[in-house]
Design a protein around this ligand. Sequence first.
Ligand SMILES: NC(=O)c1ccc[n+]([C@@H]2O[C@H](COP(=O)([O-])OP(=O)(O)OC[C@H]3O[C@@H](n4cnc5c(N)ncnc54)[C@H](OP(=O)(O)O)[C@@H]3O)[C@@H](O)[C@H]2O)c1
Length: 316
Amino acid sequence: MRKLFAIIGHPVAHSLSPRFQQAAFDAAGIDAAYLPFDIPPENLPHAIDALRTLGVSGVNVTIPHKEAILPLLDELSPTARDLGAVNTVISHGGRLRGDNTDAPGFLTALEKFLEANRLSLPSSAVVFGAGGSARSVLWALSRRQVSRILIVNRTQKRGEDLIESLPFLTKGVKSFALEDRSWQEAIDGRESSPAQDEPTREPKKKGVLLINTLSLQAFAGSDPPFPPLQGVPLGDSILLDLSYVSQRTGSKETGGLTPFLSMGRAYAAPCQNGLGMLLMQGALAFRLWTGVDPSIEIMEAAIRQATGQDDLWKCL
Ligand SMILES: NC(=O)c1ccc[n+]([C@@H]2O[C@H](COP(=O)([O-])OP(=O)(O)OC[C@H]3O[C@@H](n4cnc5c(N)ncnc54)[C@H](OP(=O)(O)O)[C@@H]3O)[C@@H](O)[C@H]2O)c1
């Protein structure tokens, strides 16, 4: 019998997952349909019941359900439990297990990007945003040699709560408000940090990973586009954005650049948008559902065709 897979979110019509997941199922010779379902938050419990009733084999979960879905599932993977967020559900005979492939997907995409562009990972990072996807980014950074991490968010308290809630974070992670420019001094190492109490400070290390997890609304109508980056020497930085804009739907000059990445481009800083992460989290979800590695090439081609971005890994 044909298997059913789904993505649930609100809104979900814009999602690229049906395009590239269906292409991967077809290429693997698996008789499956992958469909989007727009589920408003108040209908989430009914939707989970329906997944069980209909025998849906696997689900991707996107905004705004990644956290709210946790208590509705039968079990959680250790990663989903640590992150407090689920983006993938696997049905084992109707028993629903929540997992999180956003976090390892981000890490794999970051490593592929660095390797493709012969870049090394900076030891300092600034994460803009403190929502669901910031959790995945922090999980990934905590697994690599990123010793200094700052969270910069509109709501500083949300950043503080995030630090409190993530068991894998080291003590040196700090939260700043978006309008508080002192994060720039902290990342330069001019401010003392509990994790860095050596008597003589190392000379300032060049290069910072600047990762945007703020929604695109955060950039709407602001001129200059993103005040927190004014005066920051972006040429020393690597800029990553979890969001993406399509070349076909964006203005001709964007070339897949989000507003955040356009600032880095102006300083010739290496830039990558969220399509690489989208691909890798999707490939990991496919593996969890089917036990089979999907064709990354087929998935990538579907994303390239849908967005008009001809390379997901080279600097934008
Ligand atoms: N590439 C991928 O595979 C992938 C995966 C996951 C997410 N994403 C993308 O990442 C982005 C964030 O997702 P999320 O799950 O983290 O969302 P979320 O949990 O809703 O968090 C949204 C973040 O944006 C901030 N924000 C929203 N509107 C703002 C405004 N007008 N001004 C300033 N800050 C604002 C929020 O700040 P407050 O805390 O102050 O509200 C929060 O930090 C989305 O664009 C999503 O599509 C991409």
